[in-house]
Design a protein around this ligand. Sequence first.
Ligand code: COA
Length: 276
Amino acid sequence: MNAAPDSFIELGARERAAALLDADGARELLGPFDGLESPWLPRQGIVPQADDGVVVLRGRLGGAEAVALAIEGRFQGGSIGEVGGAKLAGALELALRDCEAGRPVLPLLLLETGGVRLQEANLGLAAIADIQAAVVALRAHVPVIAVIGGMVGCFGGMSLVAALCSHVVMTRQARLGMNGPEVIEQEAGLEELDSADRKLVWQLIGGAQRCATGLADALVDDDVAQVRDAVRQLAAAPRPEPRSAAVARYAALVAQAATEPALDAAGMRALWAAQC
Ligand code: COA
């Protein structure tokens, strides 16, 4: 019998970050004892968390300076509010400052998020704009790597952050999309998407499909060693042309995908394969 896999998905944000960085010398910045929690959630009857669901771990990755930023999907669906968003943006901006001073720091984003926190909507949106600007600036210096572990996935404004990264690693269990399935069903109706049809949801936006259609770069099993290996390989790989810079290519794909009836998962794969 095979040994049980060393699950990445079952780890919390802090453990995920620690599992991917080198074993020695990582230190947490703005951790729970700094008590940076959301001032807005208690006003809405929600118990805040002392790290606001974002873990910043400064250490090394394969010997190189790195900062791992991990979002805790089990706190408020990994949603991004004012404080957690500022921690993410601030850590990325510090890494950028180091890169610009000739001291490269590799940013690793461990995404598990429903996007902007609905209870802090405008503040979360503003933070995501800062995060996106920092990612775009950083990727000119170092590869910016995102890992989407599952089971929440990566949605809303943070899906755009993933799209801006140099490389995206996904498990099969992870999902990546702008709107969550429930939101699509609510806004566009059951005929557009039945969010209870889990097989269909994963066929459309799951890790395997996103890798097969060029929106993610490495598909891994739910196994810490596989995630770690994929991250290290991508950190050492040449930096690709950013997806967001290939405007003509993606505009052509979107135009071809806008068919009636809508393309299914297999149709999307065929369309992508025809482009490559
Ligand atoms: N803001 C605040 N809370 C959020 C959130 C967000 N953006 N996204 C998820 N959550 C919360 C949910 O309300 C739920 O809270 P509860 O446990 O108190 O009920 C918790 O996170 C888990 O979400 P749930 O929907 O039960 O989990 P799921 O695995 O079935 O689905 C998502 C996860 C992310 C797909 C789903 O929550 C979703 O579609 N969220 C909105 C995504 C989206 O469209 N974001 C765009 C915002 S810009």
